[in-house]
Design a protein around this ligand. Structure first.
Ligand code: PLP
Length: 431
């Protein structure tokens, strides 16, 4: 299965051998490893990655879905080059952080105030703490298959079967205080929480790592009503969907507002970021001039709102603000979901394509994939095989992971995805 890949990636193999000695599993993030070894990137531009062996890949992984304008988009890069002359990290207040916060509050429906962090994980951690501080409750709830980063309280119930602990080292307190809920099933959510008092329910409006599965609009609406009834804060983890599904993210796309919105990825314009936002009433809990211990909720960090990220983020959001590029990508996403399904169907291979807007995935399954359980029960081996065939032929999805579109993708890039998918589907049919 790996012969062709190995024949094209000898320099990557050598780098992997070096990496294994100094980086556990040879990588800086476990999910970046794939069999037989990952290729090593030498440079990236537009819709493409180029590895150390000179192979070119149309990139649908896009830096964990962050790069909605593609790699090195001129608008953001020029602004960053200028900012580099003025400093990379201040550790003091500056206008660029105000500008990006203003832009976020202009675009995201429920955001009146914002705080920045350096990753989605951090932002979710602080958002959870804020919800606990605001409500005075300890317990929280999240969904099966929901990925919010590696923070103890949220690193629970991510992979099926959900009762196996996701990581060693989680405390019993974290495990006891987090309730895991079924996705897209309002009645079951109500039943599970009927005797509980939770501070927050956190949801990815489209499960990303869980298979690219959108929440149903009625489910989100019902969840909103339920949270209002019970005094629970509804947290939308829009680290993937923010500034991708619509200028105002999933809240605009689905027409349902959150109490706290967590952002990341696209917001950083290619640089590390996380952010959380909400109404003034909630966010002011972070204001140490209004609240004292024990009522004040802490947030902070050395590199928060670093001027490079703030610059790249502002440039990116301004490009996305009118929604034209986003809508175009969303239509392209519809076409991709439809065409990939048709290609496999024409070759008698059962697949379900999931996602919405410019987020998409393929599952080798007969039945509709409406939650992460169905995605995990689909034939993952086939998905890995399909993804590896694509990689061998210059199309990159991180195996099994959800893909995304960028404004840098050309018609030829999309045609290549279709033609390579067709080649694989024909091989499967013949097998
Ligand atoms: C929905 C969602 N939330 C949170 C995170 C964590 O973000 P980060 O990897 O920046 O810590 C991710 C990352 O993939 C994500 O997809």
């Amino acid at each position: 299965m790996f012969e062709e890949y190995a024949s094209k990636t000898s320099k990557s193999k050598a780098l992997y051998e070096r990496a294994r000695k100094v980086l556990p599993a040879g990588v800086s993030y476990g999910i970046r490893y794939f069999e037989p070894y990952p290729f090593y990137t030498a440079k990236a531009k537009g819709s493409k990655l180029y590895d150390v062996d000179g192979n070119e890949y149309v990139d649908f992984w896009l830096g964990h879905t962050a790069l909605i304008l593609g790699h090195n988009p001129p608008g953001a890069v020029e602004a960053v080059k200028k900012q580099l002359e003025n400093g990379t990290h201040y550790g003091t207040c500056h206008e660029l952080e105000i500008m990006l916060a203003e832009q976020v509050t202009k675009m995201v429906p429920s955001a009146e105030m914002v705080r920045f962090s350096n990753s989605g994980t951090e932002a979710n951690m602080y958002a959870t703490r804020l919800a606990r501080a605001y409500t005075g409750r300890s317990k929280i709830a999240k969904f099966e298959g929901g990925w919010h980063g590696g923070y103890d309280a949220l690193h629970i119930g991510v992979h099926y079967p959900y009762d196996i602990q996701e990581s060693a080292g989680l405390t019993s307190g974290a495990l006891q205080d987090t309730i895991v809920l079924p996705f897209n099933n309002l009645e079951a959510v109500k039943e599970k929480l009927k005797n509980e008092k939770v501070a927050s329910i956190i949801i990815e409006p489209v499960l990303g790592a869980g298979g690219g599965i959108p929440a149903e609009k009625e489910f989100l609406k019902g969840l909103r009503e339920f949270c209002d009834e019970k005094g629970i804060l509804l947290i939308f983890d829009e680290v993937i969907t923010g500034f991708r599904l619509a200028p105002g993210g999933a809240q605009q796309y689905f027409g349902v507002k959150a109490d706290i919105t967590v952002l990341g990825k696209v917001l950083g314009g290619g640089f590390p970021i996380g952010a959380f936002s909400g109404s003034q009433e909630i966010m002011e809990r972070l204001n140490g001039r209004l609240y004292e211990r024990p009522h004040y909720a802490f947030h902070g960090g050395t590199f928060t709102a670093n001027p490079i990220t703030m610059t790249a983020g502002s440039a990116t959001l301004k490009i996305l603000e009118d929604g034209k590029l986003i809508n175009k990508l969303n239509r392209l996403g519809d076409k991709i979901r439809e065409q990939i399904r048709e290609i496999f169907e024409a070759n008698n291979v059962n697949v379900q394509t999931t996602g919405t807007g410019s987020i998409f995935n393929t599952h080798f399954a007969k039945e509709e994939v409406k939650d992460a359980n169905a995605a995990f029960k689909a034939d993952r081996k086939k998905l890995v095989e399909y993804n590896l065939k694509l990689i061998e032929n210059g199309v990159f999805f991180l195996p099994t992971h959800t893909g995304a579109l960028s404004t840098a993708h050309s018609e030829a890039d999309i045609e290549k995805l279709f033609s390579e998918t067709e080649k694989y589907a024909k091989q499967r049919k013949a097998a």
